[in-house]
Design a protein around this ligand. Sequence first.
Ligand code: FMN
Length: 320
Amino acid sequence: MISDGPQHSVSLGPILLDHPLVDASGTFDLLEYSRRYDGDYFADFPYAAYVPKTVTADARTGNPAPRVTETPSGMINAIGLENPGIHAWIDQLPEWASLRQPVIVSVGGNEPEQYAAVIAALEAHLAAAAAGTAPRIEGYELNVSCPNVSSGLQIGADPSATAEVVAACREATDRFLLAKLTPNVRDVTEAGAAALGAGADGLSLVNTFKAMVLDRQTLKPFLGNRTGGLCGPAIKPIALRMVAEVAQAFPDTPIVGMGGVMTGLDALEFIACGATAVAVGAANFTAFEAPSRILQELRDELEARGFASVAEARGMALRA
Ligand SMILES: Cc1cc2nc3c(=O)[nH]c(=O)nc-3n(C[C@H](O)[C@H](O)[C@H](O)COP(=O)(O)O)c2cc1C
């Protein structure tokens, strides 16, 4: 039977997604899920694209424990970008080769050359890889929340440092390039303008909010890193405001919105604020079924509200 329900597919720049939901970097491990799934997880993958945890040029061990804890309506983490480094990371690509959906690789570093080195290594690998040995890597998401080597500030909090990272990466690839903005700034459109001016094709936002929790017995910082990044429902209203500001400032730009999406209606709110696609982060820690539940709820919400397509709902909140 031909469905006359809403059109769920969206175009994130040149990347065609079956529906708007992707995972937020660092919150969803494809291989871990496939091991826990009773069936072929690659065939039943619930997200429209896979965004893996941020990978850096060299291996990183991350921050001292404890690295994560629950907070009122959210969670805080200070993982510290633990990852095996791009070369060991590339070695696992054959394990993902049967993934049908596109992959958007999240890239980190402390200076522009480190970001570009990750992309260059991956591009060289893809150029040489035999067919069927790598997934469909179609884009990059630059995680500019890492501290800058020279200033110690988050790269994403400094528009010119953001532009330098984007420009170096733009030289290294022709694939779709997203800059993931930090919310730890006064005006998120400044870094957005810098990233787009330097060659980014789209923007992701938000990353986590710098925050602190105390051990309530000792009244000392709880996390090994003292501070961490807050996410989950607690940040959703701020994230919605920031996505709306960016969508209004750059109306034709592909935007991946995120921050506290726990339900399909939350995802629809990000679309109404101008997001092209929506990433699910903290919700992945609540239940194995969270991604498929949120997707079904989004479909139901679109249908119940009479939208013919996801695109029709996009930007609703911005229109007079
Ligand atoms: C445990 C954890 C690890 C994360 N690791 C990364 C990361 O490696 N790279 C990145 O860009 N964002 C990372 N994030 C941030 C998320 O991708 C997302 O931007 C943020 O959590 C907001 O979405 P949420 O409220 O739905 O979780 C991480 C978040 C959590 C909770």
